[in-house]
Design a protein around this ligand. Structure first.
Ligand code: HSE
Length: 426
């Protein structure tokens, strides 16, 4: 039976989950995988945390050098998060020829080329299933399960914190601030929630996933990003009346005009399976030219779900000599030949506060017509103090045409305010 030594860098929530899976399932892995895993050592400042998990004090390394010079360590699991010191540690491990398994999406989205070069130079493996969508095996699906396909699109709810907040706002009519507070209380959102609520976390994941899906380097700078901090309970309620659920979607499309990659709040038609992905759950919908549609659903975070993704990489690494490296030009700034679509098309939900008087409808529909925007649905929802709220759903329109119409609205006296503009996916 093959004996494999593992080191874990960082014993936070995910590090603890990974340790527990490796220890609790040791006998099971011997039987099913023919591999005997041992956690040789950990790198963790909080020694007591390591002891509480069941490690001996002697297994707590004092430095990364101690970890990478340990001949019994074959695989280094990095679950520290953030760029530094994780990057330095991972590079040192790869330089020493150790295979690295990481859950670090920020590190990967920002420094994948450098890490991969180091891995290749040292014939080491570099695994990152846990970096995207936690326990959902999306990376293995893209690398090993979908090779027969040209992938046309990838759309997903790839951030659990924002999905929890938006679900709470929809189900309980909470404001954004109230829902965020509850998410923080439950430990979904961090004390500083910026990475999640401003869409950075989803952008990191989408840049990794769409690179694999379209076999082209998609840098984070190529991803259009909008977070959920401007979302209101009023919009969610108006969308509900029209049969839509608001989600923070990551969308990647491989179109004949180029690659389109974006993260933003999106109204999803209730008939779309992504609309029923609630709370902190994640889901990814793929369309391949051979297989058609595929959807994966599950927990995108948490000790055991993310630990599951890490340990599956550890098992894969222990059993394979042929490591995965990208076949596309994975240079830091991407390939200059790759075309991106920046003026993408979408349906739009537009909420206007207008004067409640004759001719208003024809005024704004005239603007839409001049800007080549076709209206699919109009709803006047409330009239108060001579003001009315009007919701317009457009047909597919280009972003630039919508911006032209919104600019014209500013000069119209009958339009008091453009309250919100939200993209729609059927
Ligand atoms: N903060 C992430 C989320 C967790 O809310 O989905 C794992 O990336």
């Amino acid at each position: 039976m093959k004996k494999v030594g593992v080191a874990i860098l960082g014993l936070g929530v995910v590090g603890g989950g990974t340790y527990n899976i490796l220890v609790d399932n040791k006998e099971y892995f011997k039987k099913t995988q023919d591999v005997d895993f041992t956690v040789e050592c950990v790198l963790e400042k909080n020694v007591q945390r390591a002891i509480d998990l069941g490690l001996e004090e002697s297994q707590v390394a004092k430095s990364i050098e101690e970890v990478v010079s340990n001949p019994n360590v074959d695989i280094v699991v990095e679950v520290i998060g953030g760029v530094e010191p994780a990057k330095t540690f991972v590079l040192k491990a790869l330089k020493s020829g150790k295979t690295v398994v990481t859950s670090n999406k920020e590190l990967f989205a920002k420094h994948w080329p450098e890490l991969e070069t180091e891995a290749k130079n040292n014939k080491a493996g570099l695994f990152f299933e846990a970096s995207c969508v936690g326990g959902v095996p999306i990376i293995r699906t893209l690398i090993d399960g979908m090779q027969a396909n040209n992938i046309q699109s990838i759309k997903g709810i790839i951030n659990g914190t924002t999905n929890y907040i938006l679900t709470k706002m929809a189900n309980e009519g909470s404001s954004y601030e109230e829902a965020l507070k509850e998410a923080q209380r439950l430990g979904y959102a961090e004390f500083n929630p910026t990475a999640d609520v401003e869409g950075f976390d989803a952008t990191y994941k989408l840049s990794i996933l769409s690179s694999l899906a379209f076999n082209k380097k998609i840098c984070i700078e190529n991803v259009y990003r909008e977070g959920i901090t401007g979302v209101t309970k009023e919009d969610i309620a108006y969308g509900k009346e029209l049969g839509y659920t608001l989600k923070l979607l990551g969308i990647g499309k491989n179109t004949k005009h180029g690659i389109e990659v974006r993260v933003h709040p999106t109204f999803v038609a209730n008939s779309n399976p992504l609309a029923s992905v609630n709370d902190s759950f994640n889901a990814v919908h793929l369309v391949g030219d051979s297989v058609g549609e595929i959807m994966l659903y599950g927990r995108g975070a948490g000790a055991l779900p993310t630990g599951s993704a890490i340990v599956s990489d550890v098992i894969y690494a222990a059993k394979h000599e042929d490591f995965f490296y990208t076949s596309f030009d994975n240079s830091p700034n991407g390939n200059k030949q790759t075309k991106f679509v920046n003026d993408f098309t979408s349906k739009y939900f537009i909420r206007l506060s207008v004067a409640d008087e004759p001719g208003v409808l024809s005024t704004f529909s005239g603007v839409f017509s001049k800007c080549n925007i076709s209206i699919s649905e109009v709803k006047q929802t409330a009239c108060e103090n001579g003001k009315a709220t009007v919701i317009i759903i457009t047909h597919e329109s280009s972003e630039s045409n919508v911006n032209k119409a919104l600019a014209k609205f500013k000069s119209l006296k009958v339009i008091n305010k453009v309250e919100s503009v939200i993209r729609v996916e059927d």
